[in-house]
Design a protein around this ligand. Structure first.
Ligand code: NDP
Length: 247
């Protein structure tokens, strides 16, 4: 792929995705890594200092009013080539969310970050994504052409829900999965690939120390998957190792 935007890159899986992407033999020509406060994103800034293809842009994904300006900044970087991939990675998962403890504020904040933001950011960047698809009209549907990747979770799978609880997180990711399904249908005519991915249960601030997977194991596999996905994957839900998951 020529260009990719990844959100939430100052820590966790977003930072891991940046590391895995720049470490490839064929790294993206342009990697736009966003975070809320670049001044505090030391590790990310160190990567950008070593790799000239990494551009850091400031973005709070709940600040929807900034998306128009953000799209302009992305456009100035990618120019006429458009944007190949939007990877909606930033997310939150509040604690203490069983039915007797869950709060309205937690539900709303989690929906805003995990569901509303990916949809509205997609809307804002869609002209650039469609431009990339048109520019690469000879290629099949893929991340090389144009794609929207939503970082979901197995916890957003209704069929896999055996534990209950986690109302804000589970509902927000189930809703994100529906957004993936609708976007895949809406953008099929434009040959834009749209999928939900589950990174596995990963050792990050969100995943905690008991998680079986390290960040780099997950993100190396996710980047392999980005390279491997084609038209048959469109509108689907997959985990880090490529296995398809139930909705
Ligand atoms: P972390 O908590 O480690 O990191 C979350 C990232 O999202 C941070 O960069 C954070 O930035 C960013 N973020 C949160 N809110 C906003 C916001 N309003 N604007 C911009 N950035 C924001 O989580 P992970 O890295 O583990 O999770 C990344 C994605 O993977 C999430 O979507 C998560 O749901 C998903 N996932 C993770 C799993 C795991 O086991 N770890 C399992 C399944 C899915 P800041 O530092 O500024 O808060």
């Amino acid at each position: 792929m020529n260009s990719i935007v990844v959100t939430g890159c100052n820590r966790g899986l977003g930072l891991g995705l940046v590391r895995s992407l720049v470490g490839r033999q064929d790294p993206p020509r342009t990697l736009i890594a966003t975070c809320r406060d670049p001044d505090k994103a030391q590790e990310l800034r160190e990567i950008a200092e070593k790799h000239r293809n990494v551009h850091i842009l400031s973005l709070n994904v709940r600040n929807y009013d900034s998306f128009k300006d953000f799209a302009t900044q992305v456009s100035e970087i990618v120019k006429d080539d458009g944007l190949n991939v939007l990877f909606n990675n930033a997310g939150v998962s509040p604690k203490y969310t069983r039915i007797n403890y869950v709060k309205v504020d937690q539900l709303l904040e989690t929906f805003q970050t995990n569901t509303v933001a990916p949809i509205m950011l997609t809307k804002a960047l869609l002209p650039l994504i469609k431009k990339a698809s048109e520019k690469n009209a000879g290629l099949k549907m893929s991340c090389k052409r144009a794609a929207i990747i939503n970082m979901s979770s197995i916890l957003g799978s209704i069929e896999s829900n055996k534990d209950g609880g986690l109302y804000p997180y589970k509902c927000s990711k189930a809703a994100l999965n529906m957004a993936t399904a609708s976007l895949a249908l809406d953008l099929k005519k434009d040959d834009v690939l749209v999928v939900s991915l589950h990174p596995g249960w990963v050792k990050t601030d969100m995943g905690g120390n008991n998680a079986p997977l390290g960040v780099d194991t997950s993100t190396e596999s996710l980047v392999d998957l980005l390279h491997d996905m084609g038209p048959a994957h469109n509108g689907g839900f997959y985990q880090w190792d490529g296995k398809q998951l139930p909705w």
